[in-house]
Design a protein around this ligand. Structure first.
Ligand code: NAD
Ligand code: UDP
Length: 319
C-alpha cells in the first residue's frame, strides 16, 4: 500500500464539497478506492471532475437523507455531507437538521451492514459560544438550541450521540473529528464565510464586511493540515471525539487587515451587524491530537492565506 495502510473501499458522503473533495484526492493518491456520494446542494462536480475518469473513483449523485444502498461491500464510511457555512445552513435549516440526523443514521446503517469503520465530520460548533478558551474535547459547550445556529449545532451534537451509540450498541469502530475553521482552494467565494468573503472583497477592492467590532476570534487551519489530521484519525484506534484545527487564534478584524495587506488591496473595512449567537472566541485545544495522533498543523496562517488567495486569484471568473 502506498502509505503503509491497507487498501480500502471507502464510501464518502459530501465528497464533492470543499473538505470532502480534498479527502477524495488524498484517498485516491494513497491507493484506496472511493465511492463519493453527494447531492451537490453546496458542493460542485468541478471539485471532483479530475477524478471522474479514475477507475478507483465513483461518483453517485444522491441525497443521503434517503436510504443509501451501495452495490458493493465497503470497508469505511466517512460521513462528511452537511451544509457547513453559516450562510448555507441558515438557507437550508431543515436539510441541515436532516443530513445531521437522518443522513448520519443512514450512513451508520451502511457501516453496520458491512461491519465497516465509520467517521463523522463533526465541528467546533458543538461547543457553541464557548465559555472556555481554548476548547478541549471534554468541554460540553454552550449552545442555544433554538437560535439560528442551533440547526447546525444540534444536528452535529445528535450526530455525535448516535455515532457513539452505534459504537456502544453495535460495536462499530467509530471516529469523530471535530473540525475547526478550515480554509483553502475550492471554497466557494459566495459561501459567506469570513476568508472567502474577505479575499473576494479585497480582490474586487470592495470594503471588507467585518461583523460587529471584529473582536471575536477564530483559529484557521489550512486544508492540507486538516486532511492530514483527518487521515491520521481515520487510521487510529481512537473512538472518542478529537479536535483537529490550528490553535493560532486571531480576531476577525486582524484577519481582515491581514488579507488587505496580503492582497495589496486598497479596500477599507465596513462594519456590519454581528449575527445572533456568533461565537466570541474559538480556539482548539489540540493536546489530544498531538499526543495520540502525533499530529499538529504545519502551515501557518500567513502561508495558508497566501495559498488560498493565489487560488482565488487564479479562478478569476470561474467561481
Ligand atoms: P461543503 O458545503 O463544501 O461540503 C459539504 C458537502 O455535502 C457538499 O458537497 C454538499 O453538496 C454535500 N451534502 C450536503 N447535504 C447532503 C445530502 N443530504 N446528501 C448528500 N450530500 C450532501 O462544506 P465543507 O466545508 O467541505 O464541510 C464538510 C464537512 O466538514 C461538513 O460535515 C461540515 O459540517 C464539516 N466542517 C467543516 C468546517 C469548515 O471549516 N469547512 C468546519 C467544521 C466542520
Ligand atoms: N465574519 C465577518 N464578515 C464576513 C463573514 C464572517 O466578520 O463577511 C465573521 C463572523 O461573524 C464570525 C467569523 O467572521 O465571527 C467567522 O465566520 P465564518 O462564517 O467564517 O465561520 P464561523 O466560525 O462563524 O462558523
Amino acid at each position: 500500500m502506498l502509505d503503509g495502510f491497507v487498501q480500502m473501499k471507502i464510501l464518502l458522503t459530501g465528497g464533492a464539497g470543499f473538505i470532502g473533495s480534498h479527502l477524495c484526492d488524498l484517498l485516491i493518491r494513497n491507493g484506496h478506492s472511493v465511492i463519493c456520494i453527494d447531492n451537490l446542494i453546496t458542493g460542485k462536480k468541478e471539485n471532483i471532475q479530475h477524478l471522474l475518469s479514475n477507475p478507483n473513483f465513483k461518483f453517485i449523485q444522491h441525497d443521503v437523507t434517503k436510504q443509501i444502498r451501495p452495490k458493493e461491500k465497503v470497508d469505511y464510511v466517512l460521513h462528511f455531507a452537511s451544509p457547513a457555512s453559516p450562510v448555507d445552513y441558515l438557507k437550508y435549516p431543515i436539510k441541515t437538521l436532516k443530513v445531521g440526523s437522518l443522513g448520519t443514521h443512514n450512513a451508520l446503517g451502511v457501516a453496520k451492514k458491512y461491519k465497516a469503520k465509520f467517521m463523522l465530520a463533526s465541528t467546533s460548533e458543538i461547543y457553541g459560544d464557548p465559555l472556555v478558551n481554548p476548547q478541549p474535547e471534554t468541554y460540553y459547550g454552550n449552545v442555544n438550541c433554538i437560535g439560528p445556529r442551533g440547526v447546525y449545532d444540534e444536528a452535529k451534537r445528535f450526530a455525535e450521540a448516535i455515532t457513539l451509540a452505534y459504537h456502544k450498541k453495535h460495536g462499530i469502530d467509530v471516529k469523530i473529528v471535530r473540525i475547526f475553521n478550515t480554509h483553502g482552494p475550492r471554497m466557494r467565494k459566495n459561501d459567506g464565510r469570513a476568508i472567502p468573503n474577505f479575499i473576494d472583497q479585497a480582490l474586487k477592492k470592495e470594503p471588507l464586511t467585518v461583523y460587529g467590532d471584529g473582536s471575536q476570534t477564530r483559529s484557521f487551519c489550512y486544508i492540507s493540515d486538516m486532511i492530514d489530521g483527518i487521515y491520521k484519525l481515520m487510521n487510529s484506534n481512537l473512538n472518542d471525539p478529537v479536535n483537529i484545527g490550528n490553535p493560532d487564534e486571531i480576531t476577525i478584524l486582524e484577519l481582515a487587515k491581514r488579507i488587505i495587506e496580503l492582497t495589496s488591496s486598497k479596500s477599507k473595512i465596513a462594519y456590519k451587524p454581528l449575527p445572533a449567537d456568533d461565537p466570541k472566541v474559538r480556539r482548539p485545544d489540540i493536546t489530544l491530537a498531538k499526543k495520540k495522533l502525533n499530529w499538529q498543523p504545519k502551515v501557518n496562517l500567513e502561508e495558508g492565506l497566501k495559498k488560498t488567495i493565489d487560488w482565488f486569484k487564479n479562478q478569476g471568473g470561474l467561481l
